[in-house]
Structure formats: C-alpha cells, structure tokens
Design a protein. Sequence first.
Length: 509
Amino acid sequence: MTAVHGQDLFLGKTDEAVDADVIIIGAGWAGMAAADQLHRNDVSVIVLEAANQTGGSTHAFEFGSDAVGKFIFEQGSNWLQGTGHERFDKFAPSITKNPVVELAKRADPPFATVLIPGSTDGNMTNYYKVYDEFGVDTDVSGDLRRHANEVIDCINQTAPKANNKETLRQGLKACGWNPSTNAEWAMDWALADDDSGVTAHGSALAGFLPDPSYDWWGPDDWFVVEQHPRGFARLIDVMVQDSVPPADARVVLNTKVSNIEWSAHGVTISTTDGRTFKAKHAISTMSLGVIQKHHEELFEPNLPKKQQKSLATNHILMANLTHVLIQFPSVWWDNSIPAWISANEGGKSNRGLFTAWHNMNMDGFIPGSNTLLTFLGEPEASIYGAMTEAELLPILVERLRAQNPSLTIPEATAAWTKNWGNDPLHYGAYAYSEPGVSWKTTWKKPLKDNKKTIVQFAGEATCDNLDGYTHGALQSGKEAAAIYLHEYKNGPNPEKDDEFNLCNWYYYA
C-alpha cells in the first residue's frame, strides 16, 4: 500500500513521480466503467469524485412521510432503455445487447424493474388514459394515441433526411400532427417534450429520431423500482465488484476538481480543498454543462480555440428534465393503470404543466408508496425546481384538483423535485441538439501535446450514437479506457472492435 495525499492507494507498478497512470474525474457510469476497464488491464487509477457517492446523475434517495412511509426513488436516470430483440445486419454492430441490461441480469439479489413495452416515450399507448381539462377521458377509442404513434413512426422515417436547422415542430407538422384541443396539446408534450425536457421548437428534428439504442437492441424499456438504498446505482457496483469495488480507496469522494494542468509530461490535477494529484493521463467525465460553463478556469493551458468555439456555438446543450414526486395519505386515482395524461386549460401555453403522471403505487412498481411521479421540462423545471417542499406541495395539489374536478383529493403528505439545471456538478440532465446543431465533435477532441494524448473526454454527451443514456455514459468510459490502452500499452485498436466503438459506429438505418 502506498500513502498518497492521506489516502492508502494500491497503485501497482508506475512512475514514482505520479500518483497513478490515469486519473479519472467523476465516478458516474463513464468514470467507473473506465476505471473497471483500466484495472482489468493492469493500469493504476485514481477516481476523483466531487459528490459523496459514486453514480453521478444515477442517484437514489429516500422519499415519503413518516405517516405513509418512506421509499427509494431515483433523482436522475430511471430506465434501462433499449431491449427486446437482437439485430444482425450491416447497420448494426455485433454487440447485440444493451450493456446496462446485461449488468442487471448479473445482479444478486435480482434487480427490480418493470417492463414498459415499446419504450417510455416512443409508444403513446403506454399512457392508458388521456383526460381533458375537466377530468373526462377524452380518448376512449385510443385514436389520439394511435395517431401520435403514427406520427412517431413518420418522424423516424423523415428525421434522417432533415437538415440541421429544421425543428422538431416542423417535422411534427409535416407528419400531420397539428394539436388544437387542450388534450391534444397535453399529448403533444408527452410526444415531443417528455423525452428531453425541451420544446419541439427548441429541438432539432435530425437529433430527435431515429434512435440507435432502440434500433439495435429492441423497442422496450424497463423502469427501475429497486428498493436497495443505492437504487439504480447498484448496477455500477455490480460492474466494478471485482475491480474497483465500493469503498475502494482509489475512489476519492468529496473531491471537487478545480484545475487540470496538462502537458506532454502528464497532468497535475488540483482540487478545491488544496490537494494535487499527478498522473500520466486523465479522463474527464465532467458533464458537458460543467465544461461549457467552467472550461476557462478548469484547463491550463486552456482548450484549443476550435474546441472553445465548438462549446459555445455548436448548439449542443444540456436539457433540464426534472423528476417531481408527490405522496398522499391514500390513493384517490385509478390504481389499475400505470400512467396517464391530464390536460390543462390554456392548451399550448400550459401543455407541460404537470401533464404526464406515473402511478408508483401500482402492483409491480412501488406499492404502498401512495406516490405519483411526473416530469417537467423548461421553463417549468427551473420555475418549480427552485421551490421548497412547502412551496411546491400546495401547487401540485391545486394542479391535480384542477385536472380532476370530480374527484376528492386529500392534502398531500410529501413532495419533492430535482432541478438538474441548477446542480453545479451537472448543469443539466443530459445533452440534446437544438436547431442549427453542428455534428462536428470538435469540443470533445482529446487534448494532445507533442502528438501524445494527455486528456480524454467521456460521459454521455461524448457518445454520439448513445448520448442521453446511462449505457451511453458507460460505453464512453469503456472506449476512453480502450483508447488509452491502445496508445500507451500497445493494446488492440478499438476502432476495429465493436465492443469499444459503439459511440462512433456508422449508423444509417
């Protein structure tokens, strides 16, 4: 054991002038996947994490009141997305199964999920009812939801041909989607905004669909209802249980990076509490939002001019899709259905105001929790995300009573929301493309000195084919590790191995 900065770290064989071969910034899916891959190839690592746990935006917490009970819910990532079939053709890689889904199969005890057929956002019939502003089921025949699904199918066909300036709203209109009633506008939010938290006017059509995750691995999702204290992040623990297991001293928590000094001699990483760590190489998994906001003070020397310009002007930003939970002393809704849409008066202007509701109390989900889950995008996410529980709770109850005027709704016992846009470790939930997007990935190019790669970037936003997903973050970390192994350890070329090249796989169909 070697003492470094007050920590006992197993470093293996490495230069005495450095603390590890590779320093990884961030202990989310990307960082821990990179650490796992490097450890398995005898590379010494240190992982620096600003929070007090691993997982990044995959973070479970306890929610509820003493009167009703407290249960485990997710603040961020909540689904295993893309499963159901194996695809073998020239437009699909040889990796035929979602890597996060495969981790879930390894979990012992079994990992708790609920099947959402046809994906959460890609199948509008997963909303079992569509209520108008008077609380009346306005789509008994299912025609509205079927039409919405036809529009999704149309977008899948037309989006690949769109130019980078065309908006999702334009694509929806071209596919025959022209909402007018309050219920149609509520469905519009579920169809266009609930995936990213971004309005259809603010989202690039070409960046919306088709989606390689579903095309490669199947159309279904699994909603995570794991009641272990780690929740979804338990799968990260499964991934690293034989390499960098929980409580491993190489993962240094509560350590926020303030500066990355890089050159051909390696990296020196400083933290806000005055410590420094040295390595030959660094993999930064910091959120795109953090890099966009703080790159000038983070990197020394600063990022090359082309990368700075790309960060500022390529129209790839961080969306703020926000979870909202509310718990009641008793169940007043139809407990036999998992999800529904409730319209608001005002149609277009209020379409995203607590519109899509998910029944967490249903058998198979988290029965006994008496809890409803909804989501907010912008601008509502920032408005309500800044509120305290005492401020938010009566607003939620008032909204539900307005949407269900014929029902008697009791006072709620607990409420909660998470505003990712204001979180200084993230500044958003995940990356999205706005109209005018540039598909050139200049911002994430590795930092080199004398043709030697010194700093790499990983994280969901760097994985072009799988951005926005937990499996995209995981994949980016694996690929960054593979690139290091190829350049520094004469490892195989990752571009010739599908397992380490999914983020840039040539995707057309």
